[in-house]
Design a protein around this ligand. Structure first.
Ligand SMILES: C[S@@+](CC[C@H](N)C(=O)[O-])C[C@H]1O[C@@H](n2cnc3c(N)ncnc32)[C@H](O)[C@@H]1O
Length: 262
């Protein structure tokens, strides 16, 4: 329920009452009806996700997908990294706004999704700009860091600012830094992902983290002690205390943290 003062997350069970009694469901339906219409390829991905998986709720959805696409357009991003492909919906949204020569790396643990993901990329006509990496994204990120000549994360925290910026400059000179990272994999691991990707992002680049309100659980007092809630809460605290970035949580769907590296 949203009455201009209060916000509540997207799940039905969290809807609260106010004078006007407009449900979040109605508001999201209205928002979705007034956003740009998704492509046929995205419609195909949604249908196949329903038919071939039991987790359609994990899709970023049309409204967030359109926002992601516009963030790529507005920032002029050329290199994008996504953690958590699922069936490829958000990856297609992000890649659809890449300019000629742009590239998106997307990382997914579940190899059973590979055929569906690749067919979606093909139907979107974006296969030449999109690369799927199957495996645990933490391991994949470590191999990317090696390729970019970046130090191990433990090691990088012992470097001073000048040493760190020399490292990122040398990666940047090879055009390997990312303009946007979209984090949407295992919620327990967001802090680890943040540390692994941070110096892979160019100064001024964005890290976008999905589901950071976690059905509103991060605001509950006492805080639920399940690992996902604790993981997301620790991540939001870490970001808001990090002087290297500025950030804002948008109350879109399950919450999107927009983090800009200074
Ligand atoms: C919320 S879904 C991603 C949704 C997708 N971004 C979209 O909007 O369509 C999360 C995905 O992350 C994947 N995942 C979870 N842990 C992972 C890990 N350690 N490495 C890579 N992928 C992981 C899951 O298999 C799942 O497909």
């Amino acid at each position: 329920m949203y009455d201009g003062l209060s916000f509540c997350c997207h799940s039905e069970r969290n809807v609260v009452k106010s004078k006007n009694l407009i449900s979040m469901e109605k508001i999201y339906k209205y928002i979705e009806e007034h956003a740009s219409v998704p492509s046929q390829a995205l419609d195909w991905v949604v249908k196949q996700t329903h038919v071939r998986t039991n987790h359609a709720r994990m899709l970023s959805g049309a409204t967030q997908g359109q926002l992601l696409r516009m963030l790529v357009q507005m920032t002029g991003a050329r290199r994008i990294l996504e953690l958590g492909t699922f069936t490829g919906y958000s990856a297609i949204c992000l890649a659809s706004a890449l300019p000629e020569g742009g590239h998106l790396d997307t990382l997914e643990l579940n190899d059973e999704l590979e055929d569906l993901i690749l067919e979606g990329f093909d139907r979107a006509g974006l296969s030449d700009k999109m690369e799927l990496h199957i495996g645990d994204c933490k391991e994949t990120l470590k191999s990317f860091r090696e390729r970019m000549n970046l130090p191990d994360v433990g090691e990088s925290s012992s470097l001073n600012d000048a040493e760190m910026s020399q490292m990122t400059e040398s990666a940047a000179s090879d055009y390997l830094l990312y303009d946007i990272v979209y984090m949407d994999a295992n919620k327990r691991e967001y802090c680890e992902y943040y540390d692994l990707v941070f110096d892979m992002v160019r100064p001024g680049g964005l890290i976008l983290a999905d589901n950071v309100l976690w059905d509103g659980k991060v605001c509950q007092d006492p805080l639920p002690q399940d690992k996902q809630t604790l993981g997301i809460a620790a991540f939001n605290d870490k970001v808001s205390a990090d002087p290297r970035v500025e950030s804002v949580i948008m109350p879109l769907r399950d919450g999107l943290n927009i983090i800009r590296k200074r």
